[in-house]
Ligand binder design. Structure first.
Ligand SMILES: NC(=O)c1ccc[n+]([C@@H]2O[C@H](COP(=O)([O-])OP(=O)(O)OC[C@H]3O[C@@H](n4cnc5c(N)ncnc54)[C@H](OP(=O)(O)O)[C@@H]3O)[C@@H](O)[C@H]2O)c1
Length: 323
């Protein structure tokens, strides 16, 4: 049995816990968040031990890994404390508020010979690899453009304070824009140039447009917003065809290839849930003794963090720790 301690008892923590509930090999044994009442509710629903302090939870010898699912601002301190005690960490995206903090965490992980991964679950998902395989095998000829949007008016629907709070790492880039950015990076690598513009409110990017240009002429058009709906889809166009990813492209279990060489529809038919897959893979990697994931590498996380820094500087987005 692989035992996980959760930091965070609402939001994504509940979504993930629901997916893990029926997994026979993974158990949520402990939970900590600011409100003990919320921890108790979570504990009751998922059979974990609720903790009043994080330090006490880290002393729970049953724990094989910590899952950090708090707002971005707090990822650094919770990850650091666990890694320093040699406890593996699966940390939600966006990993940290700046590149320097992310680099520090990977250094701490290395020093303590302990597994550390960003929970960028798109890249634990086979659909994204199928899209990359089609592109790398020239199924759509020479790629011209990649378009991806993640615009969701989550500030109204979920009433999430963290999304509009600069101190918590608010804004569309860190919450949603990271998905189009990471997708473009994983398909085509580090761009030659990055141009970003944003509609800012209260020092936060409510809407964001980013254009990547590559040496080989590929252009990526990436958009995100926290106050309006967009397509939340993605499309790659080439000289001989196109690939379409449906709504919620970052979590897609299906992709369509339309090509002069023949059309294909890919469907991920594996009997495993979206977040569950990430935890199954991470638990296996930890048990193998790895300190870095084969699916979401340190380099990919740090390269994306570097891109985010460039975007932040162009749109003048400054989080408290950046000042
Ligand atoms: N929501 C999603 O669909 C989704 C998807 C993928 C990734 N993520 C990532 O997951 C992270 C959390 O997102 P969310 O939407 O779940 O946020 P959320 O709904 O605001 O929930 C945050 C959780 O963190 C706890 N928390 C807040 N500040 C804390 C602190 N200082 N110390 C300990 N616990 C604290 C809260 O606990 P209390 O209630 O006790 O304060 C709550 O349980 C973000 O980094 C986000 O990017 C979210």
């Amino acid at each position: 049995m692989f035992n996980i301690g959760f930091v965070g008892s609402k939001g994504i923590a509940i979504t993930v816990a629901k997916e893990l509930k029926n997994n026979k090999d993974i158990n949520i044994v402990a939970v900590y968040s600011r409100s003990f009442e919320h921890c108790q509710e979570f504990a009751k629903q998922f059979g974990a031990t609720p903790y009043k302090t994080y330090e006490d939870m880290l002393e729970d010898k049953r724990i094989n890994a910590i899952y950090v699912a708090t707002p971005h601002r707090f990822h650094y301190s919770y990850s650091k404390k666990a890694l320093e005690k040699h406890i593996p960490v699966i940390c939600e995206k966006t990993l940290t508020l700046n590149l320097k903090s992310a680099e520090e965490l990977f250094e701490i992980a290395k020093k303590n010979n302990t597994y550390f991964v960003e929970a960028m679950w798109t890249w634990f998902n086979p659909t994204a690899y199928k899209v990359k395989e089609w592109i790398d095998n020239n199924k759509i000829g020479k790629v011209k453009t990649f378009k991806a949007d993640f615009s969701l008016p989550s500030i109204y629907a979920a009433k999430k304070f963290r999304l509009t709070d600069l101190n918590s790492g608010g804004g569309s880039l860190y919450d949603l824009g990271i998905y189009p950015v990471t997708y473009a990076y994983r398909l085509f690598g580090y761009p030659k140039s990055i141009k970003a513009t944003a509609k800012m409110k209260r020092d936060i990017d409510f809407q964001l447009k980013v254009i990547f240009e590559y040496e080989n002429g590929i252009k990526a058009y990436l958009t995100s917003a926290i106050d309006r709906f967009g397509s939340i889809a993605a499309k790659v166009e080439g000289t001989e065809g196109k690939i379409k990813l449906p709504m919620m492209f970052h979590a897609a279990r299906k992709a369509k290839l339309k090509s002069k060489q023949g059309n294909q529809i890919y469907k991920d038919k594996e009997n495993i849930l979206l977040y569950e897959r990430e935890f199954v893979i991470a638990s296996q990697e930890i048990q193998e003794g790895l300190i870095e994931s084969r699916f979401v590498s340190k380099k990919s996380t740090l390269d994306v963090m570097k891109i985010l820094e460039e975007i932040k500087s162009q749109i003048n987005l400054k989080y408290p720790d950046d000042r």
